[in-house]
Design a binder for this molecule. Structure first.
Ligand code: NAG
Ligand code: NAG
Ligand code: NAG
Ligand code: NAG
Ligand code: NAG
Length: 387
């Protein structure tokens, strides 16, 4: 058993270094891979899965697109389009559609500052949902006295004590009705807001609270954010995102890396993201250093082991000269080695004379033990492992 002590420290060192190298890249990937970060679901209020192209402030922008930033305010996800904040009520990635409602009209139909519903039509498209604009007219003095019909479309404002009438009407019908249009031109200002398809036919019969409800139900917008590319990326197992260095560019983040379209298509070069390329090269350097250490340890270990073996064999040979063996010429070469091993192990005992037949018996039985022992195979494996 004594010879086993030789390779044990080397074996231990190799194990430790290998374990470090194997576990190191795994830990790194879990921490920084955009694939892992972007697939974590992010929640804000009722929206429990904020995903591409949207991204919450505080999360990496490359998990979404620059124009689709959301902010979570009092558990309400807000999307800013132009000067107005919109509450995000629902998103549906399968049809690339978001349902939004104007935050400034949520509780009060009369905001301090009036804005139309405007959005970048390159990014959002409100057509093909069957929804229609409703016009809200503000500061219309004395119309009710002129035309009692207008009472049906009247709504009041909560702010200021000043008497002013306000009216709403389906935008597309204003110009078809000359009476209405001649009344509404006298108002100070107006804005238009889309309402859902379900409201289109009943909005003109709606009460003021129903008008409020229609505003809170919101309207749909279909987003344009590399939709086709994203669908294909998701189908291939990836997560859609944008390049952190050139945000206009689409990137498909996969477990196997960054790709321009689908997982395992054309790989995207990180292009010099300072922080990441630094940590990447640090990882490579550490891996190389680790590998060098492993090889070094293995080589040194093997060397020490081999030289130790040689020294042992040498001393055994020296000793074997002292031990008088009954047979030196007759026995086969193998027998000599066996005897040496035998003597090495029994060398501490006082020299004794043995008959050749006795030695042969003992040696054979010892040979068997050696053959099954871990010593020989451990040595071999150690050296092979390093190569
Ligand atoms: C709409 O968005 C696109 C993409 O971000 C941008 O290039 C364009 O200038 C925007 N248009 C307007 C009118 O803001
Ligand atoms: C409300 O009153 C303030 C002054 O009290 C005035 O500046 C503001 O324009 C009024 N708003 C409307 C919509 O009339
Ligand atoms: C809203 O847009 C209409 C035209 O679509 C315009 O006449 C109106 O002045 C705009 N309202 C505001 C508050 O800008
Ligand atoms: C609802 O509004 C339509 C006009 O869009 C009108 O013709 C109809 O009479 C109204 N119905 C009721 C019950 O007021
Ligand atoms: C992958 O994309 C992320 C985010 O854009 C970037 O930080 C990283 O460097 C990229 N990795 C490679 C290997 O290009």
């Amino acid at each position: 058993m004594k010879p086993l002590l030789g390779p044990t420290p080397a074996l231990l060192a190799i194990t430790v270094v290998l374990a470090t190298i194997i576990s190191f890249p795994v830990a790194r990937c879990q921490d920084t891979s955009p694939y892992d970060i972007c697939r974590q679901s992010v929640q804000c209020g009722d929206i429990d899965k904020i995903e591409y192209p949207f991204w919450l402030s505080g999360r990496p922008q490359h998990c979404g697109r620059p124009d689709f930033q959301l902010s979570c305010r009092s558990d309400i996800p807000m999307l800013r389009l132009g000067p107005v904040d919109y509450r995000v009520l629902k998103t549906d990635s399968s049809i690339h559609t978001v349902t939004v409602a104007r935050n400034d009209l949520w509780t009060n139909l009369c905001p301090q500052t009036l804005y139309n519903t405007t959005y970048n039509t390159t990014l959002f498209n409100g057509n093909n949902f069957g929804q229609e604009d409703v016009s809200l007219y503000y500061g219309c003095q004395g119309i009710l006295g002129v035309n009692p019909l207008a009472a049906s479309f009247r709504f009041s404002c909560d702010f200021n004590q000043t008497q002013s009438d306000n009216y709403f009407y389906r935008t597309s019908l204003i110009n078809t009705d000359t009476t209405i249009s001649s009344i509404l031109v006298q108002c100070n200002s107006h804005i238009t807001v889309p309402v859902d398809q379900s409201w289109v036919n009943r909005i003109l019969n709606a009460t003021e609270s129903e008008l409020k409800q229609a505003m809170q139900d919101g309207f749909n917008l279909r987003w344009t954010a590399y939709n086709e590319e994203c669908d294909q990326c998701v189908r291939s197992g990836g997560r859609c995102g944008s390049s952190s260095t050139s945000p206009d560019q689409f990137v498909c983040y996969c477990a196997s890396g960054n790709f321009s379209a689908t997982c395992n298509s054309v790989s995207v070069d990180s292009g010099g993201d300072a922080g990441d390329s630094k940590s990447n090269s640090l990882g490579i350097v550490l891996a190389i250093v680790g590998a060098v250490i492993v090889v070094f340890v293995v080589v040194i270990g093997c060397r020490i082991f081999v030289s130790r073996q040689r020294r042992k064999r040498h001393t055994i040979k020296e000793r074997s000269k002292l031990v008088r063996l009954p047979v030196t010429t007759e026995g086969p070469e193998a027998a000599n080695d066996n005897i040496e091993i035998f003597i090495r192990n029994y060398g501490n005992l006082a020299p004794k004379r043995y008959k050749y037949s006795e030695i042969e018996k003992m040696t054979n039985s010892f040979l068997e033990k050696l053959g099954h022992g871990g010593y020989g195979s451990v040595t071999k494996d150690n050296c092979l492992m390093g190569i």
